[in-house]
Design a protein around this ligand. Structure first.
Ligand SMILES: CCCCCCCCCCCCCCCCCCCCCCCCCCCCCC(=O)SCCNC(=O)CCNC(=O)[C@H](O)C(C)(C)COP(=O)(O)OP(=O)(O)OC[C@H]1O[C@@H](n2cnc3c(N)ncnc32)[C@H](O)[C@@H]1OP(=O)(O)O
Ligand SMILES: NC(=O)C1=CN([C@@H]2O[C@H](COP(=O)(O)OP(=O)(O)OC[C@H]3O[C@@H](n4cnc5c(N)ncnc54)[C@H](OP(=O)(O)O)[C@@H]3O)[C@@H](O)[C@H]2O)C=CC1
Length: 470
């Protein structure tokens, strides 16, 4: 019997960000391995015209939760969706709900965040910093709380090259930033933002670093741990390979390349592609929740969950494998045949953007106009190139993350727990993983029918562009 699975039995668990990519996989694994848990409270806001209940039903009715319904048929009764908006004071949680949360919660997993690179400083601070502080304050009023697990990112200190499992101080105190945002107007905030974020590449990574400082400062006598995943990718094994549900990180790039929109990218082929499967991250989270509650380390431990130092893969290898998979499993109705070039400097990058991206888009828009349709390709291409330019920072550098705490935890687990909550990334076969990843993007993101593969392959054969120049 798994000690970790048994630990979550009978527990009341609070998850923020449960409707997000990581949150859904976390809930799935919890219900599948500990169906006797008492309740999972999730803080949810209504969205896109859907009520909280509709959002919960949509998640539970998805393919991701198919196995859960077999092992935990009453899963609907075990999720308690609580209306909450982390942008508001007290999260706008009703008095009764707050009372229940405060008196019953045993474990907190804080996943909610804005992960947009271009968010405003005001909004990103509110969600990634102030809301974390607010949640810690709530946690300090929970008599039954055993552990508070905060999800950060391995890139919160990406202004450093070697990153240890410690909390690094930020140049300006989070409290000072929170206070000043209260009275500064938006125009001034925009002006001072570059000065504040200094050598961080974007507001997201900067505010995640501030969030960690807040965790350190407000930890009081709580049992807290911080988890820092690198680039979170599709599931590796559980509940099935290749599950993915948003266009963040590599996912949008895979789509744009597979559909033939993106054909060149400024990337360093030998830079480490530090992708980590989402189920690996979730397994570590659950192991950390157990360890923090049971062993109560004296200080806040930080755990890196990255692939680079244990089982490195580089962007070249990834690119080649992604392209090879497109040949076996092509996407439907591509704009052009998928192809990819790494460019090494800004000049060649601009050249390829003009020749391989903007010019074909303009020509295609002329064709659309001439046939009486609305032009759209130039706009789409411009947005794609803007997105790619924001990701470039991360595909042209390598980082070293130390993983002492993560390895220590692995050695503390029983053989059964190491199997059920496997976060040993050394066992990952990249070629197999990437193929399943691309297949998952096709199935779960693009919702393309696998029956269409032979036809898509025939089309690809007829097109004459050389396949890969990577
Ligand atoms: C095992 C997999 C390996 C993958 C390897 C890929 C190989 C692919 C192909 C082969 C060869 C080609 C060369 C390969 C070279 C390697 C390239 C790989 C790139 C991988 C880069 C990953 C870097 C991630 C870095 C992460 C660091 C921190 C990690 C974290 O902690 S948190 C999670 C990260 N957060 C995000 O990813 C959010 C980023 N997104 C944003 O901030 C915003 O979306 C935005 C970029 C600012 C754009 O905002 P907009 O206002 O314009 O609006 P919107 O969000 O609605 O999107 C607009 C349009 O842009 C499209 N789009 C959005 N995101 C992406 C994306 N990641 N890639 C492509 N396109 C994207 C979106 O579809 C919209 O399109 P439209 O509606 O048609 O206009
Ligand atoms: N994905 C990645 O590559 C990586 C992610 N991380 C970290 O992992 C965590 C989870 O990320 P991920 O799942 O990918 O992100 P998602 O964007 O998929 O999910 C974000 C979650 O936060 C919730 N949220 C955002 N704003 C609010 C709000 N005002 N009130 C209530 N809930 C809100 C979202 O709810 P809603 O559905 O209503 O929008 C959603 O559930 C984050 O802390 C992120 O920094 C770290 C490293 C890499």
């Amino acid at each position: 019997m798994s000690t970790i699975a048994a630990f979550y039995g009978g527990k009341s668990i609070l998850i923020t960000g449960a409707t997000g990519f990581l949150g859904k996989v976390l809930m799935e694994k919890l219900f599948r391995t500990s169906p006797d848990l008492k309740v999972i409270y999730i803080l949810v806001r209504p969205k896109a015209g859907q009520t909280l209940q509709q959002r919960v039903f949509q998640i539970l009715d998805s393919k991701l939760f198919e196995k859960v319904k077999e092992v935990c048929p009453n899963v609907h009764e075990k999720i308690r969706a609580i209306y909450a908006d982390l942008n508001q004071n007290d999260f706008a949680i009703s008095k009764e709900d707050m009372q229940e949360l405060l008196s019953c919660t045993n474990i907190i997993f804080h996943c909610a965040a804005t992960v947009r690179f271009d968010d405003t400083l005001r909004h990103a601070v509110q969600l990634n910093v102030t809301a974390t502080r607010q949640l810690l304050l709530m946690a300090s009023q929970m008599p039954k709380l055993e552990a508070f697990i905060h999800i950060s990112t391995a890139y919160s200190n990406c202004n450093l090259k070697h990153i240890d499992e410690v909390i690094y101080p930020c140049p300006v105190e989070p409290k000072k930033i929170i206070d000043s945002l209260e009275w500064l107007d938006d125009a001034i905030i925009d002006e001072i933002t570059p000065k504040l974020i200094r050598d961080w590449p974007n507001i997201y990574t900067y505010t995640k670093a501030l969030g960690e400082m807040v965790v350190q400062q407000e930890s009081r006598n709580l049992n807290i741990a911080i988890i820092r995943p690198s680039i979170v990718g599709a599931t590796w094994q559980e509940p099935f390979p290749g599950w993915v549900d948003n266009i963040n990180g590599p996912n949008g790039i895979i789509i744009a390349t597979g559909k033939g929109f993106l054909r060149a990218i400024k990337a360093t082929p030998m830079a480490v592609a530090d992708v980590i499967p989402v189920d690996t991250v979730v397994n570590l989270m659950l192991a950390v929740g157990w360890y923090t509650a049971v062993h109560r380390p004296k200080s806040t431990l930080v755990y890196h969950i990255t692939s680079g130092n244990m089982n490195p893969c580089n962007w070249h290898k990834m690119g080649v494998q992604v392209l090879a998979t497109f040949e076996k499993i092509p996407f439907e109705r591509p704009f052009r045949r998928p192809n990819a070039n790494f460019t090494s400097n800004s000049f060649t990058s601009q050249y390829w953007n003009a020749v391989s991206h903007r010019a074909p888009a303009i020509i295609y828009d002329c064709y659309l106009r001439l046939t009486g349709r609305k032009p759209r390709m130039t706009k789409l291409m411009n947005r794609l190139l803007r997105t790619v330019s924001m990701l470039e920072y991360f595909i042209n550098r390598s980082w070293e993350w130390s993983t002492y705490n993560t390895e220590m935890l692995m050695s503390e687990l029983s053989p059964e727990d190491q199997r059920v909550f496997n976060f040993d990334v050394r066992q990952l076969n990249w070629l197999e993983y990437i193929e399943n990843y691309v297949l998952g993007v096709k199935k779960y993101l693009l919702k393309e029918d696998m029956a269409g593969i032979p036809k898509a392959k025939q089309r690809l054969k007829r097109s004459c562009t050389p396949y890969s120049t990577l």
